[in-house]
Design a protein around this ligand. Structure first.
Ligand code: BGC
Length: 649
C-alpha cells in the first residue's frame, strides 16, 4: 500500500463532508459514519471499491445505542433489569436491523461508569457499579457481534468521571479508582471479544484519553492483549490542540496515532501524517501497525467476502422483545398501601403530565432510526386496558407521567440541578393537593432528586425511557400483568448537592452521626441517598434468612412471603474492614435474578473466588488475608450480614 492508501484506511468521514467524496473516489477512506440504508451504503461502497486500487471495502459505522428501528429502553434502564441476557437480546435485535440497513459497526456499548447524575451521558451506560457494568458490557458485546457485526466499547476511559458532571470535562483520578471502578467494564468487553474501542474526549490526569499511552498502550494492548482497533471520538484528535497537547493538527495526529488511536473520526487529521512520515517525525511502522489492526477487523467482519447489503424491505419491528426488556427495566420505588397494581375496572383514572402522550420522548436520547410514530405512549398503553381516561376532577386515581424530555439527557446534556423541572413540580403538588391518590411515573435519563415526591406521593415508578413499547410495558406493570422486578443501577440522591453519590464509597474518619456536629454530613439534607443502589420493590414481598458461609461460598434462603409470583434480584456484597489501604464500605460481588412463586423459597448460593477479594495496590492486584464482611441483600443498604476469614495468600 502507498502511504496515502494506508492513511485512507485510518480515516473516517461522514457522507456530506466536502472532502469525503473526492477521497472516496480515490479509495482513500476507510470508514463512513452516518451513512444508512442499503441503498446509500451500497452506492458509497460501489464508489469506494471502484476507486480503491486494492479493492478494500468501506466499513459503515453508526450509533446504534439502544436499538436501530425497534427501540429498547435506554441502557441505564436495561441495567435496571440486572439481566445481561436482556442486554444481549436488545443488541442482537439492533444489530440485525442495522445490518439490514447496511451498517456493519455500532459505536456501542457505552460502558462508562457514572457516579454523577448531573452528567447527561449516564443515560447511555449501566450506572455506577463496575461488576454490574461489566456483566452488561459483555452481554451487549455478545449480542451485537453475532454474525460479523462489530461493537465498539466506549469511551475509553473514565469519561463518566467528568469534573462537576459537565460533559467533556477534565478527569483526575487515582490509578486505584481507575483500575477498580472505571476500567473493569472495558476489560470485560475486551474479554468478550469486542472488535473496537473508542477513545474518550477528556483528559485523564492531564493527558487527553485520545493521546494517552498509559490507557491505550500499557493497559489496553500490553496488559489486556487487545487485538482490535481504536477509533477516536468525533473531532477528538484535532481537539488535542484545545487540550493544549498539540500546536497543530499534524502534531495532534502524530500524538494520537503514536499513543494507539488507529482511526480518526471525522476531523481529517490523519491525512496530514504523510508529511510527518516524510519529514522523519513519525516512523511509518506506527502507521502500518494501525492499518493492520483496521484491516484485520474488516476481515473479521466479513467485509471482503460480502461488502454489500441486499436492498430488501426492512425487517418488521420486534415489539415482543422490546416489551419484555422494558417490563424488566421498570423500578417500583414506592407503593404505599399497595396502591399499585391498579384494578383493570371500576376505577376512573386520569393520566396527566407532559410525557403522558409524547411519542418522541419515549425513544430517549440516541434513538437510531427509531420513529416516533412507532412508539406507544403511556396514555395509549393505559387506554388499551381501561379505555378512555377521565379528567382530573372526575378521577378516583391520578397517574402523573413526569420527568425529563429526551433532550435533557445524553451527550452535551449535563444539568446543574437534577430535580423535576419547576413547572412539573408545581403540577405534581397541585395533583397531590386534590387529596386523590397519585401514582408518579418518572421518565428520565438519570436519577432525579425527587425528595418531595418521595415524601408526599404514595406510589412512584421509575420508567427511564422505555423505547418503542413504553406504554405497553408500563401498563403491564401498572395493572399488574407483570410484577415489577427492576432494581436501581445507580444511587438516587435527595438533592443535587449530594452528587457524586454512590454506594461503594470509602469510609471516612468521621462517619456521619446526627448527634455529633464534627462528622461527615450536611446541615440541610440527610447524608444518605433517597433510594440506594440496588433498590427496587415488587408487588410481593421477599424475606431473607439463614445466611451461611462456607469458605468462599455463601448462601441464604429467599422466600416469597406475599401472594403473587415474583422475581427478586438477590445481591451479594463484601467489605474488607481492615487492609493496608482504605477499602469501600461495600462492593457488589455477585447477583442472581431468582423467580419465586407465592410462598416458595429457594436457597440462593454465591461462590466467589480469590479474584473477587483483590484490590489494586502499588501497580498490581493483591489480596490481603484477613476478615471480610459479607451481605446477601435485596439492595446495597440492607440485608443479612455475616463474615469470613480469608487466610491463604
Ligand atoms: C459521541 C460518541 C459517538 C460519536 C459519533 C460523539 O460526539 O461522543 O459517543 O459515537 O459522536 O456519533
Amino acid at each position: 500500500m502507498t502511504l496515502e492508501e494506508k492513511l485512507g484506511q485510518l480515516t473516517q468521514f461522514v457522507p456530506d463532508q466536502p472532502e469525503s467524496r473526492p477521497a472516496l473516489e480515490k479509495g482513500l477512506v476507510g470508514s463512513m459514519l452516518g451513512a444508512i440504508g442499503a441503498e446509500q451504503t451500497n452506492q458509497l461502497q460501489r464508489s469506494a471499491l471502484a476507486g480503491s486500487r486494492l479493492k478494500i471495502p468501506l466499513l459503515f459505522g453508526y450509533d446504534v445505542i439502544h436499538g436501530y428501528r425497534t427501540i429498547f429502553p435506554i441502557p441505564l434502564g436495561i441495567a435496571a433489569s440486572w439481566d445481561p441476557q436482556l442486554a444481549e437480546l436488545s443488541a442482537r435485535v439492533a444489530a440485525r436491523e442495522a445490518r439490514a440497513a447496511g451498517i456493519r459497526w455500532t459505536f456501542a456499548p457505552m460502558v462508562d461508569i457514572a457516579r454523577d447524575a448531573r452528567w447527561g451521558r449516564i443515560a447511555e451506560g449501566a450506572g455506577e457499579d463496575p461488576l454490574l457494568g461489566s456483566a452488561m458490557a459483555a452481554g451487549y458485546v455478545r449480542g451485537f457481534q453475532e454474525n460479523g457485526f462489530l461493537a465498539c466499547a466506549k469511551h475509553y476511559a473514565a469519561y463518566g468521571a467528568a469534573e462537576s458532571g459537565r460533559d467533556y470535562n477534565t478527569v483526575e483520578m487515582s490509578e486505584r479508582t481507575l483500575r477498580e471502578i472505571y476500567l473493569p467494564p472495558f476489560r470485560s468487553a475486551v474479554d468478550a471479544g469486542v472488535a473496537t474501542l473508542m477513545s474518550a474526549f477528556e483528559s485523564v490526569n492531564g493527558i487527553p484519553a485520545t493521546a494517552n499511552h498509559h490507557l491505550l498502550d500499557d493497559i489496553l494492548r500490553r496488559e489486556w492483549k487487545f487485538k482490535g482497533f481504536v477509533v477516536s471520538d468525533w473531532d477528538a484528535v484535532a481537539e488535542l490542540i484545545n487540550h493544549g497537547l498539540a500546536g497543530s493538527k499534524e502534531e495532534a495526529a502524530r500524538k494520537a496515532i503514536t499513543a494507539g488511536v488507529d482511526m480518526d473520526m471525522w476531523d481529517n487529521s490523519y491525512s496530514r501524517l504523510a508529511g510527518e512520515v516524510r519529514a522523519g517525525r513519525l516512523p511509518e511502522s506506527v502507521i502500518d501497525r494501525a492499518v493492520r489492526r483496521v484491516l484485520r477487523v474488516k476481515v473479521q467482519a466479513g467485509l471482503f467476502d460480502d461488502p454489500y447489503t441486499p436492498e430488501t424491505a426492512p425487517p418488521p419491528l420486534e415489539r415482543d422483545a422490546a416489551r419484555r426488556v422494558a417490563q424488566r427495566s421498570i423500578v417500583l420505588l414506592k407503593n404505599e398501601n399497595s396502591l399499585l397494581p391498579l384494578p383493570k375496572s371500576g376505577r376512573r383514572i386520569a393520566v396527566v403530565g407532559p410525557l403522558a402522550d409524547s411519542k418522541v420522548d419515549m425513544l430517549g436520547p440516541w434513538s437510531g432510526k427509531g420513529m416516533a410514530e412507532d412508539s406507544v405512549t403511556p396514555l395509549e398503553g393505559i387506554r388499551s386496558i381501561v379505555g378512555e381516561p377521565v379528567a382530573v376532577e372526575q378521577a378516583d386515581v391520578i397517574v402523573a407521567i413526569l420527568g425529563e424530555n429526551r433532550e435533557m439527557s445524553g451527550e452535551a446534556a449535563s444539568r446543574a440541578s437534577i430535580e423535576l423541572p419547576a413547572d412539573q413540580q408545581k403540577l405534581l403538588e397541585s395533583l397531590v393537593a386534590t387529596a386523590k391518590p397519585v401514582i408518579l411515573v418518572v421518565m428520565s435519563g438519570r436519577p432525579l432528586a425527587i425528595s418531595w415526591a418521595a415524601e408526599h406521593v404514595p406510589a412512584i415508578v421509575e420508567a427511564w425511557f422505555l423505547g418503542s413499547e413504553s406504554g405497553h410495558a408500563l401498563a403491564d406493570i401498572l395493572f399488574g400483568d407483570i410484577n415489577p422486578s427492576g432494581k436501581l443501577p445507580v444511587t438516587f440522591p435527595r438533592a443535587t448537592g449530594q452528587v457524586p453519590i454512590y454506594y461503594n464509597y470509602l469510609p471516612t474518619g468521621r462517619p456521619a452521626d446526627a448527634k455529633h456536629k464534627y462528622t461527615s454530613k450536611y446541615l440541610d439534607v440527610p447524608v444518605g441517598p433517597l433510594f440506594p443502589f440496588g433498590f427496587g420493590l415488587s408487588y410481593t414481598k421477599f424475606d431473607y434468612s439463614n445466611l451461611t458461609i462456607n469458605g468462599l461460598t455463601m448462601s441464604a434462603t429467599v422466600r416469597n412471603i406475599g401472594s403473587r409470583d415474583g422475581e427478586e434480584i438477590v445481591q451479594m456484597y463484601i467489605r474488607q474492614p481492615v487492609a493496608s489501604v482504605s477499602r469501600p464500605v461495600k462492593e457488589l460481588k455477585a447477583f442472581q435474578r431468582v423467580a419465586l412463586k407465592a410462598g416458595e423459597s429457594k436457597r440462593v448460593e454465591f461462590t466467589i473466588t480469590k479474584r473477587d477479594l483483590q484490590f489494586w495496590s502499588d501497580g498490581a492486584w493483591i489480596v490481603e488475608p484477613g476478615e471480610f464482611k459479607v451481605w446477601i441483600a435485596p439492595d446495597s443498604a440492607s440485608g443479612l450480614e455475616g463474615k469470613f476469614e480469608f487466610t491463604s495468600k
